[in-house]
Design a protein around this ligand. Structure first.
Ligand SMILES: *Cc1c(COP(=O)(O)O)cnc(C)c1O
Length: 371
């Protein structure tokens, strides 16, 4: 069986260094808010090119904390609106709801599957305070027009970088393209911890200061509380593991590009719609880190079963659009036909930095024989 994502194999490559990192933290006897966290925060801020990085417990909290901090700064208040793509993992939308704000869903572009800048303006009301573009599947959104709209309407831009660690847009890393960014380091992400982890990156030092207090009970100094914060800290062990894994992120992303390039060059099947790349030179297109390789087909169920029968494991990202989830009854009356079509047709083929040539070659052969 060609596994969709072999995390065991991914982690095994760094086993020795990860064990050493574990031992160093164990021996230090210091497990929360210590040197390992400070080191990783500095390294990741440096990697993204931002002044600040604040480690937090997970990607959902990263987004919630950014929104809570903007509320503390008086830039947003409960009931204000945030524009978010209708085609995303539910966490992007949930973060807005959890911060007491109202998500306003906006259709994606059918070719890129990303937030369509041409559709944003009609969603702006006098309550709109931010746009939350999601670099879904590992591909950076078209940020120039999004930033231009934000500037025009005095909106904050909060990037959801949970799937795009390391992607570069016009010479800058994601996480440094808007006003603030939320990252997830869930184990399956391109940069994954050995458990839950996340971070916020930003150039805004005032925002960073509030978030760094908010993640720790709203406290900037022991037993003094400035805000009604939460406990969302990134622990020393996960921070130490992330420092080890960050070193191979660029090489891992390049390996993903090689596989994506191979798929794009070799998959030929009239039933399968390949990802539309503006740039056919996938290897040199740094805007995409191929968190997942998503194709579309009208025969998704039979395609998935066929692949499984032929030894290829796949995953669907995602089967139910957020506005049709039971949890979002308030959105059930709205329709997002492009997003619905995407959710009905997408399926992700195996891609990972540890995949062998004979594996992705076999995937192509099997896909090409599907009818
Ligand atoms: C994974 C993910 C998140 C949430 O990250 P967690 O660490 O699981 O909380 C948010 N947004 C997107 C797009 C994601 O893929």
């Amino acid at each position: 069986m060609i596994e969709f994502l072999n995390i065991k194999q991914i982690t095994r490559r760094n086993k020795q260094e990860l064990m050493q990192a574990f031992e160093a933290v164990l021996d230090s006897g210091w497990f929360i808010m210590g040197n390992a966290l400070r080191n990783f925060e500095q390294e990741f801020a440096g990697y993204c090119g931002t002044k600040s990085c604040i480690g937090v417990a997970n990607g959902l909290d990263a987004l919630i904390l950014i929104l809570e901090a903007y509320k503390e700064m008086g830039f947003m208040k409960p009931g204000d609106e945030v524009i978010v793509p209708s085609n995303t993992y539910i966490a992007s939308i949930l973060a807005i709801s959890k911060a007491g704000l109202t998500p306003v869903l906006c259709e994606p572009d059918i070719h890129s599957y990303l937030l369509d800048p041409a559709l944003i303006e009609e969603k702006i009301s006098n309550k709109t305070k931010a746009i939350l573009p999601v670099h879904l599947y590992g591909q950076v959104c078209d940020m120039d027009p999004i930033m231009a709209i934000a500037k025009n309407f005095n909106l904050k831009v909060i990037e959801d970088c949970a799937q795009s660690q390391g992607a570069v847009y016009r010479g800058k890393r994601c996480g440094n393209l808007g006003d603030a960014a939320g990252f997830s380091f869930y184990p399956g992400k391109n940069l994954g911890a050995l458990g839950d982890a996340g971070a916020v990156t930003t150039q805004d030092e005032a925002l960073a200061e509030i978030i760094s207090a908010w993640r720790n009970y709203g406290s900037h100094k022991k037993y003094e509380n400035l805000y009604l914060g939460i406990n969302s800290r990134l622990d020393e062990l996960q921070a130490a593991f992330l420092s080890v894994k960050l070193k191979s992120l660029d090489a891992d992303n390049q390996k993903r590009r090689e596989i994506a390039q191979y798929y794009i060059n070799h998959i030929q099947n009239p039933h399968i719609v390949l990802p539309a790349s503006k740039n056919s030179d996938v290897l040199n297109d740094l805007t995409h880190v191929w968190h997942v390789f998503v194709v579309r087909t009208e025969k998704r169920d039979s395609f998935q079963q066929y692949l499984l029968d032929h030894g290829v494991q796949t995953v669907i990202h995602y089967p139910i659009p957020p506005h049709q989830q039971k949890a979002y009854k308030s959105l059930h009356t709205q329709q997002f036909p492009i997003s619905e079509k995407i959710h009905n047709q997408v399926i992700s083929l195996p891609i990972s930095p540890v995949m062998q040539a004979e594996e992705y070659e076999k995937v192509c052969q099997v896909v090409n024989l599907f009818s």
